[in-house]
Every structure is written in structure tokens, then in C-alpha cells.
Design a protein around this ligand. Structure first.
Ligand SMILES: Cc1cc2nc3c(=O)[nH]c(=O)nc-3n(C[C@H](O)[C@H](O)[C@H](O)COP(=O)(O)O)c2cc1C
Length: 166
């Protein structure tokens, strides 16, 4: 696409523009009343380091959205370069159910009782301290109560609608 300017952009142009942003890839998980749940996410942002706080944007149409709202705890697992199969399993395109997704990757229970990925670059276990619905998404604000730091190494990146390793 050549240069396009639109003062009132529609969703397609917005998505195309956003596809140019390179983002780290995470799997956000929780433990709900119906068992474990998780989804692949790039919309994860640090808010503050005092106290450690981050936010996640969760599409309200995701089947496990209610579990995330109800459980009050979640984990952000930041994926390593070799974790593309994990990102695919939790990305919704393979039609795997909640628990089936955890068959990909090595998962264990973290300190807050939420699923943490062994070998992740980092796992941030959070308590939900605020939630706001904006348009199609719930913005979950999490206070980070535990961190598991993996060894340094290349991360999984999503850009131009594809995965890269950086
Ligand atoms: C690379 C990638 C990034 C994604 N980022 C987000 C995100 O930040 N927030 C979100 O709500 N969904 C995101 N998704 C889509 C969800 O992972 C997907 O809708 C969800 O797994 C569907 O779950 P369900 O089939 O149980 O409804 C992303 C998917 C991929 C492949």
C-alpha cells in the first residue's frame, strides 16, 4: 500500500497501520472456576515500576474473558524465540479449547495459583487491581506480585502479521 492519509480512519486502515508496530508476544493466563485459561497477547504494556504494575487489553469476545474478570489474578508469560508453537496454540486460530492449549509448552502453577510457562523470558504474576471496558476490550490493570525471570535470550516478536525472533 502506498502512502494513505485519512483524517477519520476506519478499522481496516487502523489495523493495517497497527500491523507495522513490532510487539513482544505473551501468553496471558488465569485459573478460573472452569479450569485453566489463556490467550496470546501483544497488547501488554508496563504502567509503573513503583509499585510494579502492567496492563493487558483483553477482547471481550474471547471465550475465557469472563474467567479473567472473575478470578482476580493472572500471569503474563513473555515468550522466547522458540515459543512460536505456544503462541499459535493460544492464538485462537487452531481452535483449541482452554485446557487443550496447555498441552503445548511446559506449564506449572505459580505462586498466585495461575499457569506459568517454564522457560519463558519472564513470567509476571499479577493481582487485578483495576479494570475498565473501552470499546471492544477490557483493560486489565495488574499489580505484579511475583516475577520468574528466565535466562536472557532472543524473544518472539509479532510484526507485519508474522512471527520473528529478535
Ligand atoms: C500474535 C497475536 C497477538 C494477539 N494479541 C491479542 C491481544 O493483545 N488481546 C486480545 O484480546 N487478543 C489477542 N489476540 C487474539 C487472541 O489470542 C484470540 O482471540 C484468543 O486466543 C481466542 O480465544 P477463544 O478461541 O478462546 O475465544 C492475539 C492473537 C495473536 C495470534
Amino acid at each position: 500500500m502506498d502512502s494513505v492519509t485519512d483524517a477519520k480512519p476506519e478499522a481496516g486502515l487502523y489495523r493495517e497501520a497497527m500491523s507495522r508496530l513490532a510487539s513482544a508476544v505473551h501468553v496471558v493466563t488465569t485459573q478460573g472456576g472452569d479450569g485453566r485459561a489463556g490467550f496470546t497477547a501483544t497488547a501488554v504494556v508496563s504502567v509503573s515500576d513503583a509499585p510494579p504494575t502492567l496492563l493487558v487489553c483483553l477482547n471481550r469476545r474471547i471465550r475465557s474473558a469472563a474467567a479473567f474478570r472473575a478470578s482476580g489474578v493472572f500471569a503474563v508469560n513473555t515468550l522466547r524465540g522458540e515459543h512460536e508453537p505456544v503462541a499459535q496454540a493460544f492464538g485462537g486460530r487452531l481452535a483449541l479449547s482452554g485446557e487443550e492449549r496447555f498441552g503445548v509448552g511446559d506449564w506449572h502453577e505459580g505462586r498466585l495459583g495461575v499457569p506459568c510457562l517454564a522457560g519463558a523470558l519472564a513470567s509476571f504474576e499479577c493481582r487485578l487491581v483495576e479494570m475498565r471496558t473501552i470499546a471492544t476490550h477490557d483493560v486489565l490493570v495488574g499489580r505484579v506480585e511475583a516475577i520468574a525471570l528466565g535466562h536472557e535470550g532472543p524473544g518472539l516478536i509479532y510484526v507485519g502479521r508474522g512471527f520473528r525472533v529478535l
